[in-house]
Design a protein around this ligand. Structure first.
Ligand code: NAD
Length: 312
């Protein structure tokens, strides 16, 4: 007898969500999808393996009919995620099946995740925060790292659903703990990208070859992901935004949002984060100067004051 078709709902089909959802289809899931942009939903459905819902509540109803394993979401900010689950046309209004897990992978504030968890629990649903690290290339290659917050038993079930999209899975603690790990990671990433850019700019201006300096740093104590994988200097690594006019990567506006989340949590927990705070202001200034849609490694271009390739 053929195995039962696996079904899931997927909400938010942007840069990350579309690739994650496509990997679920490729690994045998039948999806019900919704994006607030109808053209985005239609484009995804036209590629096969999915049917469209006209709202999150309708998606939840369709998922209940099909006894879906989970409803996943990948939207920009906490306000969007609250709208998706708690809005007048939200998932909880649609009454999904009680066994359907609610899994949000957006990088958002912890308060929103805990609020949705509380409201979902009142109706008997299990919600887990499942943010990801790895950006667009890892979303495409299905090698994302998932940091999950929520009930441990439900985590084991969630892991099975997340498997088609990821390679590494961590249970971090109760709801919100996945986001805690994610916010900490991104604060470190933001700081290290500025440090890497300053360092490479200094060495290059002092006359060192950019490839030689990268090679040395990559095997020395200054090594980091920003140096050896996502190098910010154009032409050093072939498939990174820096070699593509800083396009199609992790937008400066998004890392600025994540640093804002880190600063909010630092204030709440009375943690000193001087470099996180300065990084936040540096990236915020870049947004104000029009770099919000450029990849965040564009900080190297700004520091090296070579604006020619950005201005054309
Ligand atoms: P994106 O802007 O490309 O996509 C977001 C999608 O959500 C869009 O298609 C938008 O139309 C849709 N959307 C917005 N509000 C909605 C709503 N109320 N209902 C349904 N759909 C809605 O963003 P992205 O790059 O895919 O990022 C999504 C989340 O993942 C963000 O929280 C981001 O910080 C996080 N993230 C991004 C990356 C990355 O490299 N881009 C990496 C890890 C995590």
């Amino acid at each position: 007898m053929a195995a039962a078709q696996k079904v899931a709902g997927f909400i938010g089909l942007g840069n990350m969500g579309s690739l994650m959802a496509r990997n679920m289809v490729n690994k045998g899931y039948q999806l019900v999808v919704y994006d607030v942009s109808k053209s985005v939903t239609d484009k995804f459905v036209s590629q096969g393996g999915a049917s469209a819902a006209s709202s999150p509540s309708q998606l939840a109803e369709m998922c209940a009919d099909k006894r879906a394993n989970a409803i996943l979401s990948m939207v920009p900010e906490g306000k969007h995620m609250r709208e998706v689950y708690l809005g007048s046309d939200g998932v909880l209004k649609g009454g999904p099946n009680k066994d359907t897990l609610l899994l949000d992978s957006s990088t958002i504030d912890i308060d929103s995740a805990q609020l949705v968890h509380k409201e979902a629990a009142k109706k008997g649903f299990s919600f887990l925060d499942c943010p990801v690290s790895g950006a667009v290339p890892a979303a495409k290659a299905a090698t994302l790292t998932f940091m999950v917050g929520g009930d441990k038993e439900k985590y084991e079930l969630a892991k099975e659903v997340l498997q088609p999209m990821g390679q590494k899975f961590f249970h971090c603690g109760p709801v919100g703990a996945g986001l805690t790990a994610k916010i900490c990671n991104n604060m470190m990433l933001a700081i290290s990208m500025i440090g890497t850019s300053e360092t490479l700019n200094l060495g290059i201006r002092m006359g060192l070859d950019k490839n030689l300096l990268t090679e040395i740093l990559s095997v020395s104590s200054g090594r980091s992901w920003s140096v050896d994988t996502y190098n910010p200097v154009p032409g050093v690594k072939p498939n990174v935004p820096a070699s593509n006019d800083y396009k199609d990567g992790f937008g400066t506006a998004l890392i600025t949002k994540d640093l804002g989340l880190a600063q909010h949590e630092a204030t709440k927990s009375k943690s000193a984060t001087p470099l996180g705070s300065i990084s936040h202001q540096i990236y915020r200034t870049m947004c104000a100067q029009g770099y919000g849609i450029k990849d965040f490694s564009v900080i190297y271009k700004i520091l090296s004051n070579d604006k020619q390739s950005l201005d054309d």
